[in-house]
Design a protein around this ligand. Sequence first.
Ligand code: ATP
Ligand code: MG
Length: 412
Amino acid sequence: MKQSTLFTRTQKNAPKDEVSLNAQLLIRAGFIDKEMAGVYSFLPLGLRTLNKIIDIIRQEMNAIGGQELYLTALQNPELWKKTGRWSDDVLDVWFKTEVASGGEVGLGTTHEEPLTNLIKKHISSYKDLPRYVYQFQTKFRNEKRAKSGIMRLREFIMKDLYSFHTDQNDLDEYYEKAARAYANIFRRAGLGDLTYRTYASGGTFAKYSHEFQTLTEAGEDLIYICDKCHIAVNKEIIEDLEHKCPECGASNLREGKAVEVGNIFKLGTKFSAALELNYKDQNGETKPVIMGCYGIGPQRLMGTIAEILSDERGLVWPEAVAPFQVHLLSLGKNAEAEKIYDDLVKNNIEILFDDREDASAGAKFADADLIGIPWRIVLSEKSLAAGGAEIKRRNEKDSHIVPLADIERGLK
Ligand code: ATP
Ligand code: MG
């Protein structure tokens, strides 16, 4: 894509009321735009990165048998009354409104109720189980605090997967599979080393649930890490565990601030009992379906990456989620830059070409640093005189000259 045609501009300063680093950088670089507190639009660069994150998650969910669907945002109160969660005392983040013909509706905060109800129409026997279904869908939550940029939104996309089983063993096995898929996702998104499978409270059915918590000062949670086991415990249950690692018993746990980028939860029969989702076992006996649920917020994950991997000059995207792989800067108009651009596009390399004639070299460098594309190629009179183009990675200080014929090989 030619930068001269990109409709977004970079900004020197973020809006004064924007206190979070991730949103400040993403707004300045033209990835997102703030509508109001906790509500952000995704612009072309931001959407490219978000879609890459979504694709990674989708691949990993498909690899564990997930079938994708798309449920509605508008919610029927009747279903939620059956589980008790229509009440604002039980679920305190509802946005509720009314339909024109009369009667209340809610904007979905999560989807256990409608999905359990839907699955009922398709499951009747043990032969229909297990099943795994998921979606990327917009959730609405009237969050009390919305000061963490895109890490805590009032309108956000969630990947939510729900699993349906005949028995506890089958759920336990799938739960571990999902945990491995989650670890893959956070590693592929560049946060593997800083993300810990974290013991959290488990509700009525299981002793624990697990959150995936990424260490960052911008996080709102406090976790206790066991470096030996590479796991952590959420502050909310650390007393119960007497400040010890639940896996090796060590007591030298390290405290850190973290953000919950995903979680996995054994629901048991909580929703199937309330909404009468049953199946007939081999003996013809009717039993409630056992369920699990597995959530990730792609925008929260994107905000976390922006927050952690940035530096004083701007964003630093890992290649797997960068909006483009290569940022080509031409300083002064030259035919060589056009040719490199055409060649790389032909070879399916995602490239942003800063071909702007009215921008200074300094402005181009500053924008490239702010936008954070992994590879930077600079073509100028000076580089051509030195034998080719200057290449460097976003997180390297020094560039080196690569002959024009070898550019593609230089991107390694
Ligand atoms: P938190 O404890 O941070 O409020 P939660 O426990 O309510 O989150 P879930 O309802 O389990 O979160 O949602 C699943 C995932 O969706 C979370 O792990 C997180 O990645 C994402 N998520 C939750 N709330 C938000 C939000 N307000 N904005 C963006 N992503 C969110
Ligand atoms: Mg939580």
